[in-house]
Write a protein that binds this ligand. Structure first.
Ligand code: SF4
Length: 454
């Protein structure tokens, strides 16, 4: 039997990991609901408005992106276009080589776009020390791990595991007190901010009207990464553009509430270019790398609406499959319901044919999505596409059911043999029986009753 990779992965997952993911997800779901209730009198209306703005963006990228480029250039921000991951890496490396030809430290704020293009490895291979400065990403880096959630990269780890990693790395004495762990990381990272000539960040929104890059965060590491070094490189997927500054309040409140259950994030950075002549600090150069990497293809296909995504992570937190399997099970940078659509949409269903099966289709992801992405509908489309292309085989129990239920003779024979099912050994039953008992036949025989009725 071909087992979907997510299912197989979740079976082998340590109980400790499942518990970490589950408890953090549940807490986030509650926090989201409370925050959004306070933030919006009409949450449904706000979600509809946000979805409409994003649809406008997706339909008008040929106008909005050149406008963003022009306004950014007027602000002194250099704009670079990257068709795919390798051209993005090449461009970023060239900027780094111009700023620090002998190598050196690069401080990095959390960015899914840079995860997507596997930037760190490339820069390290070319002689740079890349230091993740988001606390969660820092733990991922020192543990040689990968993020398992787009907002909370170490949702799969607990406090004890983080404490052990910090002790192992010599950051300080073993402690499980969160504030002490944060202080240890802060002390270590502060030096890195001082040393680094280059800072790299993602982009939450880029405003076409003003040419401003907007970043949200809670730790302050984004601010230091984008202002302490001489050169700031921001990397964004081309769908992150917003038409106008007046769109920002809606999206900032929806993102904070949906991602972390806050009314507003602790820091909001509106970057309008490099340091001006009369300013005492800030970078000397700001570069914006606009990444396509398959998005243009998605824009013209059936999964276009997934590009409305603002990377809040709410669909991951609410998903019963994600909670049981964790983000690593998706074998992709983007996990959960978002990843189950965006992964195959960007990379092709041929590469990730099983991901669309990693859903119960309960619809919770669509219910919580701040931009109302119809994820269940797209998962069904992906399943259909994978089936049509012969990329997935129906699981054996369903194939057997299909064979049995399409012929009267086979169906009757199957019913006669049903009492033998609990004792029969078949690989198709393994796994199923860990959680469920096979049903036994009960009550009268319908056919006998039907045939014998007067
Ligand atoms: S798909 Fe919707 S809920 Fe999921 S991360 Fe994106 S915006 Fe958030």
């Amino acid at each position: 039997m071909k087992i979907p990779s997510v299912e197989k992965f979740s079976r082998d997952l340590a109980t400790e990991t499942v518990e970490s993911v589950r408890s953090a997800s549940v807490a986030k779901v509650d926090a989201r609901s409370n925050a959004l209730k306070i933030a919006f009198d009409d949450l449904e209306g706000a979600r509809t408005q946000a979805a409409q703005i994003k649809d406008y963006v997706l339909d008008n990228l040929p106008n909005l992106l050149p406008q963003l480029e022009l306004k950014c250039r007027l602000n002194g921000i250099e704009v670079h276009w990257a068709k795919n991951a390798s051209s993005a890496r090449k461009t970023i490396l060239e900027i780094c080589k111009a700023a620090a030809p002998e190598g050196g430290s690069i401080v990095k704020a959390k960015s899914m776009a840079t995860e997507e293009i596997h930037l760190n490895k490339h820069l390290i291979k070319n002689g740079y020390e890349v230091v993740e400065t988001d606390l969660g990403e820092y733990v991922v880096q020192i543990d040689d791990d990968t993020p398992s959630h787009i907002v909370t990269p170490i949702i799969h780890k607990n406090r004890k595991q983080v404490a052990k990693s910090f002790e192992r790395e010599g950051l300080g004495p073993y402690t499980e007190v969160p504030s002490e762990l944060a202080m240890q990381a802060r002390h270590h990272l502060r030096e890195k901010f001082r040393e680094a000539k280059i800072g790299i960040s993602g982009v939450n929104f880029a405003v076409a009207e003003s040419g401003r890059i907007v970043l949200v965060e809670n730790e302050g590491n984004n601010r230091l990464s984008t202002t302490a070094p001489d050169v700031h490189i921001a990397v964004m997927g081309l769908e992150k553009v917003l038409p106008s500054e007046t769109d920002l309040p809606l999206f900032l409140r929806l993102l904070a509430g949906s991602a972390t259950g806050q009314q507003m994030t602790t820091y909001i950075h509106m970057i309008s270019g490099p340091r001006r002549k009369d300013e005492m600090d800030g970078p000397k150069e700001v570069h914006l790398v606009i990444l396509d990497n398959g998005r243009s293809k998605v824009l013209n296909g059936p999964y276009k609406e997934i590009l409305r995504c603002i990377r809040c992570g709410a669909c991951l937190n609410v998903c019963p499959v994600y909670r049981q399997a964790s983000g690593h099970a998706y074998n992709n940078v983007y996990s959960g319901p978002l990843g189950a659509v965006l992964g195959p949409a960007l990379e092709g269903v041929e590469k990730l044919p099983d991901l669309a099966k990693a859903s119960t289709l309960c619809g919770s992801c669509e219910e919580v999505c701040p931009v109302k992405i119809p994820i269940p509908r797209m998962l069904l489309q992906l399943r259909e596409e994978a089936n049509r292309k012969g990329l997935v085989k129906e699981m054996i129990p369903w194939s057997m059911f299909s064979v049995g239920s399409t012929s009267g003779f086979r169906w009757r024979l199957g019913l006669k043999m049903l009492p033998l099912a609990p004792i029969a050994k078949h690989p198709a039953k393994s796994g199923w029986e860990e959680f469920k008992d096979l049903p036994t036949k009960e009550g009268r025989d319908f056919r006998k009753w039907w045939n014998g009725r007067s």
